[in-house]
Every structure is written in structure tokens, then in C-alpha cells.
Design a protein around this ligand. Sequence first.
Ligand code: ZN
Length: 235
Amino acid sequence: MKYNHVYYFLLLFVFANSFGLSHPQVSFYDGGVVTKKNEQEVRKILRKLNYQHSETIIVRKLNEQVKTCYACVLEVPFSQKHMFIWEEWFEGAPEDQKIFLIGHECMHLRMNHLSKRILFVFMTLCGFKGLAMKLSPSKLKQELISSFGILIVLPLFYLLSRFHEFQADYWSAKNLDCADGGIAWCKSMASTTHLGLAQSESWRDYLLKKVKSIFSTHPTIEKRIQALEALNLAK
Ligand SMILES: [Zn+2]
């Protein structure tokens, strides 16, 4: 694919979303209406964060097909903000874990994490395009330099995403004073999902895990627990 196509695609993506055409993504996560009681509980936690747009967040049930998370948010530039919760978990979960998770998701919205990542990719690709045009008049060389931009923007995108996860953990735990809830939630997630905590492994598994982690949107559970424990120690 030509470099030009990539950034026209990204441009289209941002604009399509800005006109509220994010429906396919929303319906991918959407599992239907959430009960009144659960919605009220989510809103109660959101209010504690003093986030001015919290009342406009649409709270829905997480699609059961999406088993990789307990809750997630979809924030599309200039479009409505959605929060999806895994209702069965939410109903039986301890209070402090719920507070931490809802706080974490709200922080993603409040800090515009997804928009920042989209903007970052767009700006970097445009930057490389400009650089390519400045450095060489040859079309071939321009394509090569631009392609290099795509190569480095991907791992940086994931790195930024992992940073955003730490940020959301940190501010949720700090604002709602729920680091212990966060640690407990991390441990519970490790025991019920594919993520798991590290066990003894061969060097090959270790290497594979390291390479995979470069292209991972979330930090490992161990690292998230360490960061939350550090926050507890700093109190
Ligand atoms: Zn997150």
C-alpha cells in the first residue's frame, strides 16, 4: 500500500468518526442495556471524579464476545463517549475493585487517550512525509523514508498506549484512593483471563513474551501491580 493511502485512510477515519459514524466499533463492544441499579452505581463513582462530561457518557453492557476486558471505553474524536461494563462481574465484584476500574476507564475519557493516540499517529506520519519530501526529490526515496515512518510509528503507538494505561491506573488510584482495589482487581484479572501472572518459563517463551510486549496495548499485570504498590508506599 502506498504511503499516501495510509494517511488518507487515517484522515478519513478521524472525519468519519467526527460525524458520528463510529457505529460499527460501538456495536462490536455493545452487549445491550445495563440495569438501572448498575448504571446508578457507575454514575455514583463517576461523580466522585468531578469529570464535567461524566453525565453524557453512555453506559452499556459489554458484549460477551469481548472477553479480554472487564470494562472498556470508546472515545471517538468529536463523538459520543461510551463505557461498557461486564455486568456479571460488576454485580459480584468487591466495592473497591469496581471503584478502581470505573475510575480507570473514566480517566481514559477524561485525558482523551484514544484521540491523543490517533493524533500522534497522524502527526508522525505527516511529519515523515514532509521530511521525505524535503530530503529527496526522488519519488522512490520519498516512499522509502515514508515507509520507515510507518515502521516506527507502530511500536511507538503501543508504547504510548501502555503509558496511558499506567496513567489511568495512577489517577484512578490517586483520585479515588483505591490502589488496594486496583491491586486486587489486577490479581483477579490474572486468575480469570488469558493474561495470567508470569510462571516459570523457558528462555524461548520469555523472548517471545518480550517481543509480544512491544506490540501490546497494555502493560503486564505484574508491572501494573508494581506501580500501584509503589503508589501505596509513597502515601
Ligand atoms: Zn485501560
